[in-house]
Design a protein around this ligand. Structure first.
Ligand code: ZN
Ligand code: ZN
Length: 600
């Protein structure tokens, strides 16, 4: 069984963009005073002791969690227990189940009404994380059908390449861990039953990656200042580990060729609905959200149809306008996409835009910003490249001293054709929307606010739909304030981008619940969502390998929009957009459903 992967740590931002944990303490100077304006009851009346007790309780919970799941501790940035490899066997599963049940009993004795909002939301998130994990073990049972859950590469790589301690010490830690590699893969073979074809294929390719990570350890070890016996022990264990991983790969290949019943990759309705409940924590059901996405799609397409007509004479000249609206919109988008920066200017242009976004947000009174903490834009470090695009890289909650970066990958590694395709995708307009989403007022800004009232629980178990939804809402907020000059070109491109978010939800539901097939899916994405062939194929792969995560963007966005309209209605003239934004962000990465309850 995989270490608990909270939504945050497995967050995959906008498809091709890099996935980094959006969990960090980013020090900011002034606390958000306005943020409490619309907040619920003042916290002063609550008894201090309940709050202090809860703090102690959650600290104890985390201590025990690290013990039972040291891999999770390491991914969160705590390396004390890194030497212990967890063997994912039945005994370990039983231990986890016991831990979950015991803690659920403890948490059920806690009275949320006695706690300030920050901790009441922490309590709810903790309960959900535990219940969700129990459901994963007992009902979803991914450990039986997803062989890619078994891979030692991630943690090995993290220990080898994170400078939390001098290299010789890290290598000694790896030596300790490597002892259990044979037991680890023996357990994997015991656990796997009827794996899906697509997850088996993924496991086979990632298994090859594990071998290259082990070879990288071999290479670092050769020149490291270790004693001779240490060196020999490590090398011996590495040889065994590599042979074990290779054998696992061979075993998987044989398994994949075997006849007999195979589990399909589709979750199907019941499992999908349950997973949606745990992962998204929405006030809507999966079916309701799907219906909402269909409506949003119609609205977006109607708007795009109108914009395409408006833009046609200016950009398409005398060309014959197709009667089919998808063709028409698609042609205008293709034409506009030719307007983009040169490949050399890609990173510098992102850098140039960040202070502009900051200034815009301040000038239009959308949010209070801290100009003394500018975001650092940099080229993605070489070892992290391989996934195109851009993403916020924040240090884990245990490394508050580290900086937050906006990593942007230059297009150096691309052929001219690939670079052109990428530049058209991230054209003059979309590049701005990307920066809004990733940085200001999107992910980076949300992170800054979340860290003003730091919560370890929220940075470890926070709600992914709130985080993605906020970034998507940020795009809308900027468009509504007139960013980009309110031009039809900007609105068309924004709508295309927004349609992608909506279609992620539609696709996920159609594939996992309604049984949509590959050719239908590709046609839907390329023709009706104006995506390139390459993008659509990548999405098809992702929807087979994941479920529910693709709905988080639209789900969080739709809930924030609905909440805003609700507040407008309730407050009338007293509604203040900036105060609304700051209140929403002030609750940290809590589910929007919870934020809504707390605001009322
Ligand atoms: Zn995102
Ligand atoms: Zn071009």
């Amino acid at each position: 069984m995989k270490p608990w992967l909270p939504v945050l740590l497995s967050l995959a931002c906008i498809g091709s963009l890099s996935a980094t944990p959006v969990a960090a303490k980013h020090p900011t100077k002034h606390p958000a005073k306005q943020a409490t304006k619309q907040a619920t009851k003042p916290h002063a009346a609550q008894p201090k002791s309940a709050s202090a007790k809860f703090d102690a309780l959650s600290a104890r919970f985390l201590q025990e969690l690290w013990q039972i799941n040291p891999d999770f501790a390491v991914s969160a940035g705590r390396y004390e227990l890194a030497g212990k490899m967890v063997v994912p066997d039945a005994a370990n599963q039983a231990k986890n189940r016991q831990f979950i049940n015991r803690w659920l009993d403890i948490l059920r004795t806690q009275d949320a009404a006695q706690l300030p909002a920050k901790q009441a939301t922490d309590l709810a998130l903790l309960k959900n994380a535990l219940e969700s994990q129990r459901w994963r073990i007992d009902t979803l049972r991914e450990h039986e059908w997803n062989p890619s859950e078994y891979n030692i590469a991630g943690l090995t790589d993290l220990i080898l390449n994170t400078e939390y301690a001098p290299l010789p010490q890290r290598l000694r830690t790896l030596t300790q861990r490597l002892k259990d590699v044979p037991a680890y893969y023996a357990a994997a073979r015991q656990m796997i039953k009827q794996p899906t074809h697509v997850h088996t294929q993924l496991a086979i390719s990632q298994n090859a990656g594990a071998i290259s990570v082990l070879k990288a350890v071999q290479k670092s070890a050769q020149t490291a200042p270790l004693s001779k016996p240490e060196q020999q022990l490590l090398q011996r264990r590495l040889v065994t580990a590599i042979a074990t991983v290779q054998a696992y790969g061979e075993w998987l290949k044989k398994l994949d060729l075997q006849a007999g019943p195979r589990r399909p990759f589709r979750l199907d309705k019941a499992l999908y609905q349950q997973k949606f409940g745990y992962d998204i924590q929405s006030s809507l059901s999966a079916d309701q959200l799907y219906q909402q996405a269909l409506e949003a799609r119609d609205t977006a397409l109607a708007k795009m149809d109108e914009l395409a007509d408006q833009l046609w004479p200016k950009h398409m000249g005398d060309a014959v306008k197709p009667g089919d609206r998808f063709d028409k919109i698609g042609q205008v988008i293709a034409k506009l996409s030719q307007n983009h920066v040169s490949r050399e200017q890609f990173v510098p242009e992102v850098k140039r835009q960040i202070p502009e976004l900051m200034e815009w947000v301040i000038k239009h009174d959308l949010l209070t910003m801290d100009p003394s903490k500018p975001l650092e834009v940099r080229e993605t470090p070489l070892y992290q490249r391989g996934v195109a695009g851009a993403g916020i890289e924040a240090p884990g909650p245990f490394r508050p001293q580290d900086r937050t970066y906006y990593n942007v990958t230059p297009l150096d590694a691309y052929t001219p054709e690939q670079a052109e395709s990428e530049l058209r995708e991230y054209n003059h307009w979309i590049l701005q929307i990307l920066n809004i989403h990733e940085a200001i007022p999107g992910h980076y800004t949300q992170l800054v606010y979340a860290n003003r009232s730091p919560s370890l629980i929220k940075s470890l178990f926070g709600n992914g739909a709130m985080i993605e939804g906020w970034a998507v809402y940020g795009e809308r907020m900027m468009m509504e304030s007139g960013y980009g000059g309110n031009t039809p070109e900007m609105w068309l491109m924004y709508s295309k981008w927004n349609l992608r978010t909506i279609c992620n939800t539609i696709l996920d539901y159609r594939v996992h619940v309604l049984g949509m097939e590959q050719d239908e899916a590709l046609r839907f994405l390329t023709r009706e969502a104006f995506q390139t062939e390459a993008e659509a194929k990548g999405k098809w792969r992702r929807v087979q390998l994941t479920s529910v995560q693709l709905t988080s963007y639209f789900s969080g966005y739709a809930e924030i929009m609905a909440l805003r309209e609700e507040r407008k209605k309730a407050l009338g003239d007293k509604f203040n957009l900036k105060a609304f934004h700051e209140t929403v962000l002030g609750f940290g990465s809590a589910p929007v459903r919870m934020i809504r309850e707390l605001m009322q």
